[in-house]
Design a protein around this ligand. Structure first.
Ligand SMILES: Nc1ncnc2c1ncn2[C@@H]1O[C@H](COP(=O)(O)OP(=O)(O)OP(=O)(O)O)[C@@H](O)[C@H]1O
Ligand SMILES: Nc1nc2c(c(=O)[nH]1)N=C(CO)CN2
Length: 164
């Protein structure tokens, strides 16, 4: 239903330029174009995942109440990345700002070429789970039927993630 409000969890990352400023600008644009930011994690300094030969990231998680449908939300985050001048490099490479949709709604699963929800790699990434656990420890993953805290305990990712 168009009038429905859904809570979505987003993970923001930056590893180029004034990283903190890009995160702040992204949060501002999310509050203008996506919805009401109801929770915001600390900022975490995180070791690069994937291509390890790149600068460290700052990551943070947001909870946002949105009226956008999932594909509208994807369009909005891609537009915000573009507005902030994200340069697309190689997969898992450096970026001024990256906005990933981690979860949407209570029990929503989407598997599409353009959009996968829950985010396909979230369970493998400490840089996602730690900030998310700070704002939504008891949130249940709709596929694994486990909370974020429970998924964290099964994590094998050893890259360092520390609160700033
Ligand atoms: N849950 C999601 N959130 C954001 N983008 C997604 C999601 N699922 C699929 N995508 C697709 O991923 C594309 C972005 O890919 P990108 O090059 O940023 O990957 P990446 O950030 O390097 O890798 P990763 O997605 O593993 O973090 C988007 O254009 C979008 O179509
Ligand atoms: N620590 C960390 N590593 C990453 C990140 C990120 O946000 N944080 N984003 C990436 C893009 O896919 C690749 N690697």
């Amino acid at each position: 239903m168009h009038l429905d409000i859904n809570r979505t969890y987003l993970l923001l990352g930056s590893n180029l330029g004034d990283r903190e400023l890009y995160l702040e600008r992204a949060i501002q644009l999310i509050s203008e174009k996506v919805g009401v930011v109801i929770a915001r994690s600390s900022i975490y300094e995180t070791e690069p995942w994937g291509n390890t030969n790149q600068p460290g990231f700052l990551n943070l998680a947001l909870g946002v109440d949105t009226r956008l449908l999932p594909f509208e939300l994807l369009q909005a985050v891609l537009e915000i990345e573009k507005m902030l001048g994200r340069i697309r490099h190689e997969k898992w490479g450096s970026r001024l700002i990256d906005i990933d949709i981690i979860l949407y709604g209570d029990d929503i699963i989407i598997v599409d070429d353009q959009l996968q929800i829950p985010h396909a790699e979230m369970q493998n990434r400490k840089f996602v789970l730690e900030p998310l656990a700070e704002i939504a420890p008891n949130l249940v993953h709709p596929v694994f039927r486990k909370t974020i805290t429970e998924i964290l305990t099964t994590l094998t990712d050893t890259l360092s993630v520390s609160k700033r």
